[in-house]
Design a protein around this ligand. Structure first.
Ligand code: VG1
Ligand code: CO
Length: 543
């Protein structure tokens, strides 16, 4: 078999963002675009010859073509074994699980996660390291640097691999193994949760609805919820993964998972509703007529963790991303454990999990996970909730309201302004940075600014420093407004405004978040000039 070196020239835009390299499909389809990036990954790695690489994606448009190319380049690079999900499919948490279980050197995840797919939609590539987690910044920086000088890439001249048939093929010195995408992951879930107890819950007539949004988690939910946990056959909706997600936006929030929201807010709704995103790492949790914010979800899971077999021994610590509400901090305080505040993006949790400093992690963006893998994990969060519901036999709303009574409620919302002009976004952020020194002490209606900063993080394990991670403005009553620009969007800029206010009074906890946060929403606009600079009257998406 021949290995060919193909000459190429760099693309200037291959800098990975919050979670890998994300571009529109036509960008990825340019000659050598994908190959350049893959070559940049392989060239940056050391000591992988003969080792195992895991490859899989969320099934979006271009997944199969990309996987064939990556297999041929991995063969040329000298990997010993490739574990590829059948049909080219593996959810992001399943990649993490498979890397860890099979002691792989790393993995390549093909996904643009919650971004829409299809011929004009988005595609993405992410490299995960041997702990199963997203490559840390020093690795992604090195990959980008290499991509700026790449001159050629080696590729094996072999035919396409049959991705649909389980089994192994030898290509040159590499064994290519097509694996069941669900098996290892389902086995791990059975170790963490009490499947008997959840089966008992379904046996009582308990109804749930899981919206896979025509994305990767359909087959996982079908196998685990319906087959292994004996949930009713109509539990999984939109369960077939489609290359364009059925034309939808595979982001599990109140706006894009509206089909599920309608079911859960309709007549005679199921007791529990959940959805996950394109690559299966996000989750949204709903009760009947009740929405659980992701920040509250993390806090509730932490407070109830010892009810679940995998966490019976208690938690070492909790970690949350900076813009996530401070609800988990309150739980950590009561449990006498640490709560870490990290920049946005799961890669920042890896060191804390590896060092045993944190057990549960979460982000306000519908991401929750634990030390069982090194990615956020949508179905894991759903099973965690199911296990809690099976033990407590109370409604989702009762469990959350009970939590608020005990800990107080951190009323929370995120406002996204999508596809705004890049320059205006930069002007807005620069304007905020200019105000950082003058804001403390300033009075806005009843709110006095206690501090304002541009969040910077020093990793407690490896001491690496990440600066300019978002503007935080804290008020004397514990309220917060956070501003940052998205690192996953592919069109223009996306401004995210995160709003939070603490409500200790039980009688005032059951109010609508937008109303409760109205003052802070107005203050955010006054400070940042959102309407003036973006020309938008309101956010594109409110979560
Ligand atoms: C967003 C979220 C962030 C999440 C990231 C990847 O990033 O805010 O919390 O980790 O997406 O999630 P950004 O930079 O656009 O705010 V996923 O499920 O899209 O891989
Ligand atoms: Co995702």
């Amino acid at each position: 078999m021949n290995i060919k070196n193909v000459a190429t020239t760099p693309f200037t835009d291959q800098k990975p963002g919050t979670s890998g390299l994300r571009k529109s499909v036509p960008v990825f389809q340019q000659t050598n675009y994908l190959e350049n990036f893959i070559q940049s990954i392989f060239a940056t790695l050391e000591g992988y010859k003969g080792k195992t690489l895991v490859i899989g994606g969320d099934g979006r448009y271009y997944n199969r073509e990309a996987i064939q190319t990556i297999i041929k380049m991995a063969v040329a690079a000298g990997f010993g074994r490739l574990l590829v999900g059948q049909g080219g499919l593996l959810s992001t948490p399943a990649v993490s699980c498979v890397i860890r279980k099979h002691h792989a050197f790393g993995g390549i995840v093909l996904s643009a996660s919650h971004n829409p797919g299809g011929p004009t939609g988005d595609f993405g590539i992410k490299y995960n390291i041997g702990n199963g987690g997203p490559a840390p910044e020093k690795v992604t920086d090195a990959i980008y640097e290499y991509s700026q000088t790449v001159t050629y890439y080696p590729i094996a001249e072999v035919g396409d691999v049959d991705l649909d048939t389980l089994g192994t093929t030898q290509l040159h010195d590499t064994v290519v193994e097509i694996i069941d995408p669900v098996a290892d992951y389902a086995e791990l879930m059975e170790q963490l949760f009490d499947f008997d107890q959840i089966r008992d819950l379904f046996a009582t007539g308990f109804r749930m609805r899981f919206d896979a949004m025509h994305a990767i988690n359909g087959p996982y939910a079908q196998e685990i919820l319906v087959k292994r946990l004996a949930a009713p056959a109509d539990t999984v909706m939109n369960g077939t993964p489609l290359p364009d997600f059925g034309g939808g936006h595979p982001d599990p929030n109140l706006t894009y998972a509206h089909e599920l929201v309608e079911v859960m807010n309709g007549d005679n709704p199921p007791s529990f509703g959940a959805a996950s995103d394109g690559d299966g790492d996000r989750n949204m949790v709903l009760g009947s007529h009740f929405f659980v914010t992701p920040s509250d979800s993390l806090a509730v899971l932490a407070a109830n963790a010892t009810l679940v077999p995998g966490y019976r021994g208690g938690l070492a610590g909790i970690a949350r991303s900076m813009p996530t509400s401070q609800a988990p901090d309150r739980v950590a305080e009561q449990l006498g454990i640490k709560c870490f505040e990290t920049p946005t993006g799961w890669k920042f949790f890896g060191n804390l999990l590896d060092a045993g400093e944190a057990t549960l992690c979460g982000e306000e963006s519908f991401g929750t996970g634990s030390n069982h893998v090194r990615e956020k994990d949508g179905l894991w969060a759903v099973l965690f909730w199911l296990n809690l519901l099976a033990v407590r036999r109370e409604s989702v709303a009762t469990i959350v309201r009970d939590h608020w009574q005990k800990f107080g409620r951190n009323i929370y919302s995120r406002h996204d302004y999508d596809e705004i002009d890049n320059d205006s976004a930069q002007v807005l952020m620069a304007g905020l940075r200019e105000q950082l020194t003058s804001l403390p002490g300033a009075q806005f209606d009843g709110y006095r600014v206690a501090y304002s900063d541009d969040f910077s993080y020093k990793d407690p394990i490896d001491s690496s420093v990440s600066t300019a991670q978002g503007i935080r403005i804290g008020f004397n009553d514990g309220s917060r407004i956070v501003f940052r620009l998205s690192g996953t969007g592919t069109k223009g800029a996306t401004l995210r405004v995160y709003l939070e206010r603490f409500e200790p009074d039980e009688k005032k906890q059951d109010q609508d978040a937008q109303q409760a946060l109205a003052d802070l929403i107005a203050i955010a606009d006054r400070i940042a000039g959102i309407r003036r600079l973006t020309g938008r009257d309101q956010p594109t998406v409110i979560t």
